[in-house]
Design a protein around this ligand. Structure first.
Ligand SMILES: Cc1ncc(COP(=O)(O)O)c(C=O)c1O
Length: 395
């Protein structure tokens, strides 16, 4: 008796690496105590939200007893919140955006689902470069699309326009990129983006319908060593930016995110209306009330990125001294080192776990031979992990 579909069963099996590590972590912590485990498995921001978030919440509480404080609202979010976000994004992205170019949603995840629901015909293809944020697979399959991955440039994890050009078909509908990248920490340059956009532009004309470029940017605020993250919105007619306040305001549980459309896109009102309707019919209905108030109160502030940068430097020092090969992350809060011996699943689930270090095998991100370490943990945990990393390598 099949209680669930084959599709969801496959998704549950395929996407379970982070979950498995999470469960292993609970077990290890129970057995040996919290302080004996170094848990780098989850990208759950541990820094407190900036003070403006708590101030916004207190100000909101003063009005919480009024009628409709928590009522239904337009499905794209409050008009005042969309306008405020559009002003902010205009500066951030270097384009002029109106409130009507922005749809608020339930996190970047909700916004991506509403977008794919609006643009995918059955069997339409969506590409991403490997390694990639594993949930994309489900976000596309949820709406009848086919998710396929492309090789990035060997060793460097950079975008490969030739691989994209060779893979595009008349069914191709979108390419999703993520910069700064989870799990590699790579930030794409303007030149790389221009090369990818040239391919998408040509193919859109050939296919007679747009191939969208989706820039997923929840880590935009976290670019180290003064690096900047170029915007795609001024570069391509069919570009959209998706993001949220999960990481820069440490608000992942409050589920507030958005999608912003390039002002170069002609006729975008139809797409905005479709995403807005999808937000409703998918059952998100509208972005959270509280989240929008917090966003409005805290826009322009962020968690202390310097703390993440110090952790990155400390982690790099630990890994280097222990003898690991890795590329220094330019942004986001992950390392993606090579798995000694090449078998990432074995290295993570046997060697590292034996040292009570939790990581995620690169296989879970379409990047076998590597493993992911999330450094949103206290510096003390990173420093303490050195001996374990060294022993895992030597064993
Ligand atoms: C690359 C990437 N995209 C999207 C998301 C989804 O974030 P949220 O839905 O919390 O905004 C995450 C969360 O970890 C992520 O790492």
């Amino acid at each position: 008796m099949l209680l669930i579909t084959k599709q969801i069963q496959q998704a549950m099996e395929g996407g379970s690496w982070i979950r498995r590590m999470f469960d292993a972590g609970i077990q290890l912590k129970k057995e040996f105590g919290e302080d004996a485990v170094c848990d780098f498995s989850l990208g759950n921001p541990d820094l407190p939200p900036p003070p403006a978030v708590a101030d916004g919440l207190r100000a909101m509480a003063d009005h919480a007893g009024e009628p409709f404080s928590f009522g239904y609202m337009p499905n794209a979010g409050f008009d005042w919140a969309r306008n405020k976000l559009a002003d902010y994004l205009s500066k951030e992205q270097g384009v002029t955006l109106q409130g009507s170019d922005v749809v608020l949603g339930c996190g970047a995840a909700g916004a991506l689902n509403a977008f794919f629901h609006s643009v995918l015909e059955p069997g339409d293809q969506v590409f991403s470069f490997r390694p990639y944020f594993v949930e994309y697979n489900s976000y596309v399959a949820n709406h009848g699309g086919v998710f396929s991955t492309l090789p990035s440039k060997p060793e460097t994890f950079r975008l490969d326009p030739e691989a994209l050009a060779a893979a595009i078909t008349p069914k191709t509908r979108a390419l999703i990129i993520n910069s700064p990248n989870n799990p590699t920490g790579v930030i794409y340059t303007k030149e790389e983006l221009a090369a990818i956009i040239a391919v998408l532009d040509d193919a859109s004309k050939r296919n007679g319908r747009p191939i969208y470029l989706i820039a997923d940017e929840p880590y935009r605020f976290l670019a180290f060593d003064g690096a900047t993250v170029p915007s795609v919105l001024p570069m391509y007619d069919y570009s959209v930016v998706v993001s949220s306040f999960s990481k820069n305001l440490s608000l992942p549980g409050e589920r507030v995110g958005y999608i912003a459309l390039s002002p170069r896109m002609e006729g975008r009102e139809v797409l905005v209306a479709a995403i807005t309707m999808s937000t409703r019919t998918l059952g998100f209905v509208n972005p959270p009330v509280v989240g929008q108030h917090l966003m409005a109160a805290a826009l322009g502030t962020q968690v202390d990125a310097g703390i993440y940068e110090r952790r990155r430097d400390l982690m790099a020092d630990v890994l280097r001294r222990a003898g690991y090969e890795f590329q220094m992350p330019a942004g986001a809060f992950y390392f993606f080192p090579k798995a000694p011996g090449g078998d990432d699943i074995r290295f993570v689930s046997e060697k590292l776990q034996a040292q009570r270090i939790l990581a995620v095998p690169g296989t879970g991100f379409g990047g076998p031979g590597h493993f992911r370490l999330a450094f949103c943990v206290q510096e003390e945990v990173i420093a303490r992990s050195y001996e374990g990393f060294k022993r895992a390598l030597d064993s």
